[in-house]
Structure formats: C-alpha cells, structure tokens
Design a protein around this ligand. Sequence first.
Ligand code: KG4
Ligand code: ZN
Length: 344
Amino acid sequence: MGLVLGIETACDDTAAAVVDADFNVRSSVVWGQKQTHEAFNGVVPELAARRHAEVIMKVVEQALDEAGVGLSDISAVACNNQHGLIRSVVVGVSTARGLAVSQGLPLIPVHHVEAHIFSAIMTNPDLFNEHICLAVAGGHNALIHVHGMGDYEVIGRTLDDSAGEAFDKVGSYLGLPFPAGAQVDALARRGNPRAYAFPRPKLKDGTLNFSFSGLKTPVRMVAEKLQSQGGAPDVAASFERAVVDVLVAKTLAAAEQRGVTRVSVAGGVACNTLLREELPREAAQRGIAVTLTPPKLCTDNAAMVAGLAQYKLREGAQSTLDLDATPNAPLGRRGANYRPNQAG
Ligand code: KG4
Ligand code: ZN
C-alpha cells in the first residue's frame, strides 16, 4: 500500500496529512480556529463547521504540497467519521468521500479516539501489544486497556469535565485566551506548585474514574482574589500539579490493576510539561515503561488518522464509500461499550 491521505475535522482543527506504509509522516497540516472561537471562550459548533468548509480544500492541497505529491500519488483516503461535533465531522466526511469517489480511491473510516491511541502506537511498535492508554484532551478523557489493535476496554473515564476543559476554564479565570492549556502550562513553569492546596478529586476513591469539575471553583475563588497577574503562575502551577497528580496516579493504578507494564499517553493534554516529566518518573519506580506521544501528534491532527488507516488497510480493511458521520460512535471491545462523548 502506498500513501494515505488523512482528513480530520472533529472539533476546531482542520487537518490533513500524508502518511506512508511504514507510518512515516510525510506531511501534517493543522489549521486551528483560535481566532474564530476566542471571543466565545469555547468552540461554537456552527462557526467551527463553516470554518472547516472554508479551508478544508486548502489544507488538503497544502498537505499534498508539503509531502511533495499530487492526488494521483495517493492510494487511499481516510477520515474520522466517528467522534466530534456532528457538523464539523460531516465536512471532513464529505470532503474525503468526494476525493475518494473522484479519484477512484478506497475510503477508510476511522474513530478519532482510536486514532489518538494509534498516535502513540505509530511512534513505538511495542504498543501493538497490550498496554494502557491515557487519552486525555478537551473532548475526551479516558483510561483505555488496549488488549490489542481493535480491542479496547475503557476502564476509567471522566464523570464530568475532561482535564483539557479544566485547563481551558482555569486559563479563562487567569485571563488567558481559549484554548488555554498550553499557556497555563507555560505560566506554571514560573510558579510554585505548593502555593495552594487544591483538591485532588477522586484520587483515593479506589476507581479509575476522573472528575475535574470540582477543581474549578476553588481555583476560580483564588484567581478572583489575586490582586495582580503577579500571582497567576502560582495558581497555574498548583492547579496543574493537582491535575497531574490525579492523572499519573490513576494511570499507574490502571497498569498495576491490569498487570500491564506499558502505558502511553495521547491527546492534547499529553503535551503538558509536568505530565511528561512526572508520568515516566513515577512509572520507572514501578517498572512500567511509558511512551509519550510526540506533541505534534498529541493535539488533534490527521497524521494519526492516516496512520491508523494504513494499519487497517494492511489488515484488509475494505473501502466504505457510503459511510455516514456517526460522531458518538462507541469505542469498545469489538462489542462496543463506550461513547467518548458521554461524560458519565
Ligand atoms: O486533542 P485536542 O487537540 O482536542 C480534543 O480532542 O479535545 O486537545 C485539546 C486540549 C485543550 O483543552 C487544550 O487546552 C489542551 O488540550 N492542551 C493542554 C496543553 N496543550 C493543549 N493542556 C495542558 N497542557 C498543555 N501543554
Ligand atoms: Zn482529540
């Protein structure tokens, strides 16, 4: 199999990428919509879909250009059709289907969260074997026991907000523009993580579930009392420490409960500096190997979609030209038991 063109439009990133059969990323283009949604402090679905429609063909052209290829060099088209905002997903699906039909190419549908899991696997082939994946972003937050490719058991999930949403909310309390995760991270590097004793929700409840909504109010109260922005780094650092403590503890508890010695972390929050330091450090003490997905593959991108499609083609996946956008599709143990869009 030759090159796969991947398309990803789950939320507010319009992405296209070209990946070869050895999972080398030949190009990966992501057009964010920061300016479109900043004023609303969150993603506005209708605006996101319109923006995808405006730029998607330019993004595809840029991905082909950067890979130094034309459409005639592509062997298959892939898209996420199973997770995200319905109108956004529809734009990606229609574009992918149009390209596949016009070029006579196979069309391979992909689940966005499975693609995040695969973003780690494509950088470390050990992960084709059993492992635990912490998939942590704005639109999803789960611990997944990957028994093998295509066989996913969700063993923990957030009961309310995702860690990414908590980072974005805390950023807004500190006057940072949406999405604020990366800026909160940068601010935290200059702060004292012990300045405030914020709660570690569900840290000791014995389950593998998360809950981050209760962390927002205490952080907001402290942020509102700040006399000047001078105190913001301490708030950011203390908040980040609380979230990372919970993410690390639950991920390692999952590995120990399941007797698994490999873990990976993927999704936008996997870019977080403290998480990338603490998870490998704590894991090493317990003999657990950690794969940190490269930051470019953590936030939403199409290389993970094209990479997963390459794997599926290798396994004999068939083209599905009449595919639908089913953005709340389950990800599960072949029988399917988990809908990443549902909080509870
Ligand atoms: O994977 P992603 O691009 O989209 C979703 O599928 O949701 O993740 C975006 C999320 C946002 O909430 C963003 O604030 C957060 O990831 N994020 C971070 C960092 N970089 C992005 N959170 C904490 N630290 C970071 N460095
Ligand atoms: Zn995502």
